[in-house]
Design a protein around this ligand. Sequence first.
Ligand SMILES: Nc1nc2c(ncn2[C@@H]2O[C@H](COP(=O)(O)OP(=O)(O)OP(=O)(O)O)[C@@H](O)[C@H]2O)c(=O)[nH]1
Ligand SMILES: [Mg+2]
Length: 461
Amino acid sequence: MNLEDTIAAISTPLGEGGIGIVRISGRDSIKIAAKIFKSPTHKDITKQKSHTIHYGKVIDPENNKVIDEVLLMMMRAPRTYTREDIVEINCHGGIVPLKKVLETVLKNGARLAEPGEFTKRAFLNGRIDLSQAEAVIDLIRSKTEVGLDIGLNQLQGSLSGEIKELDRELLEVIASIEASIDFPEHDIEHITVEKVREKVERVLDKINELLETADTGKILKEGLKTIIVGKPNVGKSSLLNALLREQRAIVTDVPGTTRDIIEEYINIKGIPLKIIDTAGIRETEDMVEKIGVERTKELFRQADLLLIVLDASDRFTEEDELLTKLVNDKKAIVLINKTDLPQRLDEDVVRKTFSNKKIIKISVKENIGLDRLKEEIAEMFFKGKIESRDLTIITNLRHKEALRNAKESLEKAMETIELGMPLDCIAIDVTGARNRLGEITGDTVSEDVLDQIFTQFCIGK
Ligand SMILES: Nc1nc2c(ncn2[C@@H]2O[C@H](COP(=O)(O)OP(=O)(O)OP(=O)(O)O)[C@@H](O)[C@H]2O)c(=O)[nH]1
Ligand SMILES: [Mg+2]
């Protein structure tokens, strides 16, 4: 990657829109802009103040043909996204004008940016660290409001701050080890070992705390994967609609109505749920339905929570029984629906069959029991409340791995201490842990990993 180049790309989605933006970054951005931009008052763009907006036209300097009428934003380094000079040209949103403007920019000295290259430059130029760059992807992709909060927190450096703090403590450990190796004559070694043990233990505690947030983090970022299951016609789609408060899924009194898998996001007491309605599970000869049922079974494996729906107005059948095989160790809530109708379901059988699961009686039709269901979900996963706003939460698998590896190195260091090995042996493990932590901020990360991260971005970001 060459930081000397000036790069350009269309930074807005391709398609018709009110405006579209071509972004240029690098040392020649303003020079290139000056070549292709004409303002009605013949302003010299290179002489304008930073962070100013200018009205005018983009022209092809070869033939003076007007390409688009635009607003041009000029931002000088270092107070920019990449820390380089940036020009953003607001064009009329449409594929043709945007492509023409980009082409003109490229013809006049820029090269097309790679995916994520603007953000990569922000990282390479030291404006953000790697965890912050990753937060940018999380923000773009966030599917839930809490996910957005966590992403923003991380972008503002919450995780980086904690990691740097841990690294500073480990650096102190190494410094004190080195000092005692340099001055071995006193009884310093004994004191040092005690100090080192204390510090390493403290860092280990903090790493464990961070690791403990990872499960929550995944749920908050991606949504608690909740699957509604049950035999045909028990009211699964009705339940989805009731929770969504809209008629999303088709509801009929014909068993086998839902054939496709329907996914929606809802918010229950601040917890994002990715809620999935499925085809009723039953033995069937119908091919289309068979595929639906197969996919349902496949989905089970990835579920965080199952909502098992039974029909109070019907006997407990083999099809209900079938569900127990799929559920086994999953977190699940059993819902006895249609309690507004005369009851034919034998509750004792249900209790015996789903002995270790919570059972709630509901009527979707009469809106009975749905609040209790919501409370139960919140209780099950977040002890009734969640506060993500000011929390550092690990949502990224890469960060989790790095923390786990750092933890391992520090545990080795503790063993080394217990065994009474020489201090420099401890220093090796502590340095190992520092390197692992550095992978999160990007201080000690390989070129491959960097590429992997930045290619997840779209072009223009
Ligand atoms: N009386 C009563 N009827 C309900 C209740 N919930 C759903 N129903 C009715 O039960 C029938 C089936 O509802 P659906 O939501 O389509 O059931 P489903 O489980 O999605 O069915 P499939 O998609 O066919 O597997 C519809 O006629 C609903 O109106 C309830 O609480 N009480
Ligand atoms: Mg349905």
